[in-house]
Design a protein around this ligand. Structure first.
Ligand code: KIV
Ligand code: ZN
Length: 519
């Protein structure tokens, strides 16, 4: 059977999506889920980019046992050493080093001749091999590189010891037929035991198509991200390439992959929640409408035989989650048991805190659904030190009223006694009024970049989840905040406060602010 390796880069390229940065606890949670799903490699970050990236890769490396854990490094000695320090505790460590090969990148970015790029690539691969058995080399912007020269570079990297050669379509420029031809040529130029990998971006909406064409042309590893998140228009979506390989066995033949496809949907939801990058409703495989049949004629067909309009079942991608629920009489034991059933390691979370928040929620609504419990867990995992804590909120709004908010916030500064500050403000609406009042308390006036709200479960009493992105000023990086409550104004305030807490932690340097290295 033809083995196709799945190399997940959600925590590295995916995290390079504007506004998608995750904290260490969130990255570990995603890494555990990716391992459970069965991916071969988890690219956990770019260790030299920041102290936070380094710590995250290191923590993922020491947690993950089955998948190999990889870090990215430019073809620079310092990057490679830093990367090794981050991944070396992994059971299966991997170093991924890269250099750009296209003439535009060589001239405008690197200022190197063709010969110098080859020399640097070889030197980097040798250095990486001196630390680690498993080394991957990428020729950045490969698809805009002269193919003859590209082959020269990747052969040199393979001769220097790279076990995997990766061909990135860095700017999403390739079309399937030409990419397939390129992959065939490269496959024929490399020793058989070298794994040929592809890494496609989605600027023309072709990332999955190009990755699949590459498999037909001899590639045996696909680099992809959950929900297709990533730089600009994103990367090849993992769920799309995996399901295409499974569904179209008639074209690809029997392919062996270690993936449990029933974990696709839970993984997608987790990444959407923690990255703040919502999945569009009509997204292939994991969108809310992916298995919904609306037209009467379709419904009629599906009732008679699902295969009339379904090429895969929702169950096969784990999308039909049992609508089980717990209520206010449920105890800690029931919650622990439910968490285990949903694949959450109850030993790794603060059950008392979760139980307290569950009880508050169950008091407000009859039934607490699994998704809502997961939201409470994720709120806990994603939270950073609570410098600002919401104590009380009151808003006023209506068609003939100027929206206003009164807010009381507890301020917990380390080494100082907590104090409570109350402020009031008006705004364009109750949420805006709340945010203005919070700004007065904190003295921080960030730019609100994005605001999203969704119902976690069903019914008018559903837990509402708000995800926002802020930046401190026009030119600074985006920070995400999340909050949930049955009251959407409270959820909005909690999301804003959580983003401000993250901003404070990043500024204090204790959260490892991401200083993106020049890729
Ligand atoms: O898109 C790209 O070229 C990359 C490389 C670093 C593999 O992400
Ligand atoms: Zn990329």
């Amino acid at each position: 059977m033809n083995k196709i390796k799945i190399f997940d880069t959600t925590l590295r390229d995916g995290e390079q999506s504007p506004g998608a940065s995750m904290n260490i606890a969130e990255k570990i949670q995603i890494a555990r889920q990716l391992e459970k799903m069965g991916v071969d490699t988890i690219e956990a970050g770019f260790p030299v980019a920041s102290q936070g990236d380094f710590e995250a890769v290191k923590r993922v490396a020491s947690e993950i046992k089955k998948s190999s854990v990889c870090g990215l490094a430019r073809a620079v000695e310092g990057d490679i050493k830093r990367c090794w320090d981050a991944v070396k505790s992994a059971r299966k460590p991997k170093i991924h080093t890269f250099i750009a090969t296209s003439s535009i990148h060589r001239k405008s970015k690197l200022g190197m001749t063709k010969k110098e790029v080859i020399q640097n690539a070889v030197k980097a691969v040798k250095k990486a091999c001196s630390f680690c058995k498993d080394v991957e080399f990428s020729a950045e912007d490969a698809t805009r590189t002269d193919p003859e020269y590209l082959i020269e570079v990747v052969r040199a990297a393979a001769d220097a010891g790279a076990k995997t050669i990766n061909i990135p379509d860095t700017v999403g420029y390739a079309l399937p037929a030409e990419f397939g031809e390129l992959i065939k040529r490269i496959r024929n130029s490399l020793p058989e035991d070298v794994v040929l990998s592809v890494h496609c971006h989605n600027d023309l909406g072709l990332a999955s198509a190009n990755s699949l064409e590459a498999v037909s042309s001899g590639a045996s590893q696909i680099e992809c991200t959950v929900n297709g998140i990533g730089e600009r228009a994103g990367n090849a979506a993992m769920e799309e390439v995996i399901m295409a390989l499974k569904v179209r066995k008639d074209i690809f033949g029997e392919i062996s992959m270690d993936i449990d496809t029933r974990q696709i949907f839970p993984t997608s939801s987790l990444v959407a929640r923690l990255s703040g990058m919502q999945v569009q409703r009509n997204k292939a495989v994991v969108g809310a409408n992916a298995f919904r049949h609306e037209a009467g004629i379709h419904q009629h067909g599906v009732i008679k035989d699902k295969l009339t309009y379904e090429i895969m079942t929702p169950e096969s991608v784990g999308s039909k989650v049992e609508a089980l629920y717990l209520g206010k009489h449920s105890g800690r034991h029931a919650i622990k048991e439910r968490l285990e059933r949903m694949g959450v390691d109850a030993g790794k979370i603060d059950i008392e805190d979760l139980f307290e928040r569950f009880k508050k929620l169950a008091d407000k609504k009859k039934q607490v659904y699994d998704d809502e419990i997961l939201t409470l867990v994720e709120d806990q995992i994603g939270s950073v030190r609570k410098i600002y804590e919401l104590d009380y909120i009151h808003t006023l709004s209506g068609t003939k009223t100027v929206p206003s908010a009164t807010i009381r916030i507890k301020i917990n500064k380390s080494g100082k006694k907590s104090r409570v500050i109350q402020e009031a403000a008006v705004g364009d609406g109750p949420v805006d009024a709340c945010y203005n009042a919070i700004n007065k308390v904190t003295g921080i006036v960030p730019v609100l970049v994005d605001y999203n709200i969704k119902a976690v479960s069903r019914g008018g009493d559903s837990l509402g989840e708000v995800t926002i992105r802020i930046k401190e000023k026009e030119a600074s990086g985006e920070i995400q905040g999340r909050g949930s409550s049955t009251d959407i104004i409270e959820a909005s305030a909690l999301a804003y406060i959580s983003a401000i807490n993250r901003l404070k932690v990043l500024k204090s340097g204790k959260g490892g602010g991401r200083l993106r290295a020049n890729l």
